[in-house]
Design a binder for this molecule. Structure first.
Ligand code: KIV
Length: 257
């Protein structure tokens, strides 16, 4: 296993894991300093392309954004989401994961699901492709975005799936919108780190979509905390630029040849 991944697993029960999304070099190079994991999430479909679902995100889109992100990362573990429809069976998954890794030089891939994807995960890992799991709300197949783990049977399935994914060899699992006490139980039960999004403080780490955190994306979800209003800063800067242009204050001699 890669050293970066071993170091990440060692963080469990010692220090919290910080994970954020990036879709471009410029954002990746800022967040890299603070993150353990930079995720090129297929959330880029809704955040950047206004898609109603991540189902429309293609392999090529993920690869092109990931190539940009790669240029901005020096230290974090870079994980790329396998988009919908690219891991229907072990052979296709292997072909597409190899393509993602060879074109983007990412460290690992992430895919969604429990029992259904165990064979796929085992095939990838047998072929030395590090895999991150994703349980709870699964945006690629979700029909509802209601949190998971309210009912007993649902709780049992998610807990069982977390153990199956661990046995299959994933190095970490994202828990999306999983009820707090269930997220706590999973985190205590498995030996690999859980990374929560809307899954309580009990997870070993947290992930957010960077555009949500900085106020560039207008999503209203309980799990989002807005730490900055970058939209206001862009507005202020652009307004100043506009004023300077219309009053001939820009460009001055300093900015001219
Ligand atoms: O696509 C994504 O950005 C994700 C995170 C929200 C976990 O999967």
């Amino acid at each position: 296993m890669q050293k970066k991944i071993l170091d990440l697993i060692k963080k469990k029960n010692k220090s919290k894991i910080v994970c954020l999304t990036a879709y471009s070099k410029n954002v990746a190079s800022i967040i890299d300093k603070y993150c353990d994991i930079v995720l090129v999430g297929d959330s880029l479909g809704s955040v950047l392309y206004n898609f109603s679902s991540t189902k429309k995100v293609t392999l090529d889109m993920m690869i092109e954004h990931s190539k940009s992100v790669r240029m901005g990362i020096e230290k974090s573990l870079m994980v790329v989401d396998m988009p919908y429809g690219t891991y229907k069976n072990p052979n296709e998954a292997l072909k597409n994961a190899k393509k993602i890794i060879s074109k983007t030089m990412c460290d690992a891939i992430k895919l969604e699901g429990g029992k259904k994807v165990v064979q796929i995960i085992k095939t990838l890992i047998k072929n030395k492709i590090p895999v991150m799991g994703h349980l709870g709300v699964l945006p690629q197949s979700a029909t509802s975005f209601r949190f998971k783990g309210k009912e007993k049977t649902e709780r049992k399935i998610i807990l069982r799936d977390s153990k199956l994914l661990e046995e299959a060899g994933v190095f970490s699992i994202v828990l999306e919108c999983v009820e707090s006490s269930l997220a706590k139980e999973i985190t205590k039960t498995i030996k690999i780190p859980t990374i929560g999004i809307g899954a309580s403080v009990h997870c070993d780490g947290q992930v957010l979509v960077t555009d949500d955190l900085i106020g560039l994306n207008k999503i209203k979800a309980r799990f989002v905390k807005r730490y900055s209003n970058i939209e206001k800063q862009i507005n202020d800067a652009v307004l100043k630029f506009k004023k300077d242009v219309v009053t001939n204050k820009f460009p001055t001699k300093k900015h001219s040849y």
